[in-house]
Design a protein around this ligand. Structure first.
Ligand SMILES: CC(=O)SCCNC(=O)CCNC(=O)[C@H](O)C(C)(C)COP(=O)(O)OP(=O)(O)OC[C@H]1O[C@@H](n2cnc3c(N)ncnc32)[C@H](O)[C@@H]1OP(=O)(O)O
Ligand SMILES: CC(C)C(=O)C(=O)O
Length: 522
């Protein structure tokens, strides 16, 4: 079947970014208002068509984030999610009150499993709710998106009926979610084609695709849907999202750009901002980007083996299908070291996608100099790690590591002598443990008693050599709250201790405001 997209829009695919909504649903990826504003501003600047800023009914924090984002975003449409409920929809619209262009996205499940067990509603009742919710949303705005949750596991007959009712009730975008990442590319395309064959009026609305990555096929499924006629892709930076994540924005955008011969579609994305967005989201969430991740991984443009290096030197096209600068990787040859000054450091930060305020810049510069004194060469990745650290320190931190000395070696037990500044007052403790990191963590725990569980402790070397910085990532859980944190230092135990303290600081922020915390000296 040939596509029946109106000729003028034939090749334009809208990018709907849901990093701030579905992305934030990743356990541990919660973001502060300020962080969300930074991400939304960058998404707007890089040409994202629609930013799903949150789920306003979910919490006061989500409501505030959507409304603050709606106030500042200039070009992108700002979208708020809502269930098929009048209260949710009204709350979403209230949050979008100041948006230049606002969209309500309302959804309800249409698969037999979800309707029977989750919603406990008959199919007839679901159809009724679709009509009610979409019509109500249309009384508030003429930009209404509707999604049949678990669409790819829905019965075709019922899906056709549901989509038809949504369009008749006024939906202007129909988004088909592969909620549990179950579909495969051929099936994804066939589903869109089936809907276009059978739903009257569907070509007058935008068809969208929302793919999850449970089987690693999210990007392929989204692109297959586009080839079958979808003209909006829901995606996230770095593929962040519920469980295994969503289709990655950088991958769908670059795939359509690089393979435009077989996927003749265009987006409005300025691809040179991709690395900046990837780093920002990684820094904010503390989720490291997999080294071999397509487009934005540290190794995506790295060539180590001799035959490849030889080919690259003769012609970059031998082993690179896109230019690093097209995704915003700097080609700069500014070599940074202990003789570099503020101008060079500022230029390097800009190239790496960081725009620091004066205080944070000064702090980062001091740390850069200290690192350069300890390390022969300071690589871009060292600077990225160091700036992320400076940004973490910017947050009002109640617990700060002031001093750490460990005794380690073949003779157990290892011990750590530690001084923490807690709410401005210094406290000291010495503890032993099974290794220096365990000893240091025990000392921190003695000074900051808590029940949080350390769920992840991971170390990787940022660059090469025995003087390389180590980046330590930790994930902690306390009740339902999960926080992640990262820290880098040439001393692994120091990086570990700082990451642990940052995570505890985040937990303190997330505990109920106003509740006194039981810490040393209190
Ligand atoms: C596939 C997705 O990504 S969907 C988006 C997922 N995101 C979130 O859930 C965001 C965070 N969620 C929340 O904060 C909460 O779940 C809230 C505020 C939305 C709802 O909280 P609660 O009212 O306490 O309900 P709870 O979460 O326990 O249960 C969900 C209820 O919504 C119903 N529901 C779920 N989806 C829908 C829908 N699309 N339309 C209408 N009702 C729905 C469920 O059937 C259940 O109803 P019940 O209480 O009558 O059994
Ligand atoms: C709300 C919908 C679009 C969703 O996130 C999903 O089904 O995965």
């Amino acid at each position: 079947m040939t596509d029946r997209i109106p000729p003028a829009d034939q090749d334009r695919v809208k990018i709907f970014d849901t990093t701030l909504r579905d992305g934030e649903q990743s356990p541990g990826a919660s973001m502060t208002l300020d962080e969300k504003l930074q991400i939304a501003t960058l998404l707007d600047e890089m040409g994202v068509d629609i930013i799903e800023a949150g789920f306003p009914i979910a919490s006061e924090g989500d409501f505030e984030a959507v409304s603050e984002i709606a106030k500042v975003i200039q070009n992108s449409v700002v979208c708020g999610l809502s269930r098929a409920s009048k209260r949710d929809i009204d709350r979403a619209w209230e949050a979008l009150a100041h948006a230049k262009r606002g969209r309500i996205h309302t959804f309800i499940s249409t698969s037999p499993l979800h309707m029977e067990y989750k919603l406990q509603l008959s199919p007839a009742k679901v159809i009724e709710k679709i009509a009610e919710s979409v019509s109500h949303a249309r009384t508030l705005t003429d930009d209404v998106q509707w999604s049949p949750e678990d669409g790819t596991r829905s019965e075709h007959e019922f899906l056709v009926e549901a989509v038809t009712v949504a369009i008749q009730s006024g939906a202007t975008t129909i988004n088909i979610p592969d909620t549990v990442g179950y579909t495969a590319p051929g099936e994804s395309a066939a589903l869109i084609r089936m809907l276009r064959e059978r739903v009257k009026g569907i070509d007058a609305v935008t068809i969208s695709t929302h793919c999850h990555n449970d089987l690693g096929m999210a990007v392929a499924n989204a692109l297959a849907a586009v080839q079958a006629g979808a003209r909006q892709i829901e995606c996230t930076i770095n593929g962040l999202g519920e469980r295994a994540g969503n289709a990655a924005l950088e991958e769908v955008v670059m795939a359509m750009r690089v393979r435009n011969d077989i996927m003749p579609f265009r987006t409005g994305i300025d691809t040179t901002r991709i690395m900046q967005a990837s780093r920002l989201v990684s820094n904010v969430t503390g989720f490291p980007v997999q080294f071999n991740k397509a487009i934005v991984g540290k190794n995506a443009f790295a060539h180590e083996s001799g035959i490849h290096q030889d080919g690259m030197l003769k012609h970059a096209g031998t082993y690179e299908i896109m230019r690093p600068e097209d995704v915003g990787l700097s080609e700069s040859n500014l070599v940074m070291g202990k003789h570099s000054g503020r101008h060079a450091f500022r230029t390097k930060l800009t190239e790496l996608g960081f725009d620091l305020g004066d205080n944070a810049f000064e702090d980062a510069f001091v740390r850069f100099k200290a690192l350069a004194d300890r390390k022969k060469e300071v690589f871009d990745d060292d600077i990225i790690a160091l700036v992320s650290e400076a940004k973490a320190d910017e947050a009002a931190e109640r617990i700060k590591l002031k001093f750490l000395r460990v005794i380690c070696g073949t003779e157990a037990p290892q011990s750590a002598d530690i001084i923490l500044e807690i709410d401005g007052k210094e406290h000291r403790h010495t503890a032993t443990g099974d290794g220096p990191v365990d000893a240091a963590f025990n000392a921190v725990k003695a000074l900051v008693p808590h029940d949080a569980r350390l769920e992840l402790y991971q170390v990787h070397a940022v660059t090469e050599g025995t003087d390389a910085q180590a980046t330590v990532s930790v994930r902690m859980r306390e009740g339902g709250k999960i926080v992640t944190s990262q820290s880098s230092d040439t001393d692994t135990v120091v990086a570990s201790c700082r990451a642990y303290c940052h995570a505890l600081n985040k937990l303190l922020v997330r505990r109920e405001k106003g509740k006194p915390e039981a810490m040393a000296g209190e």
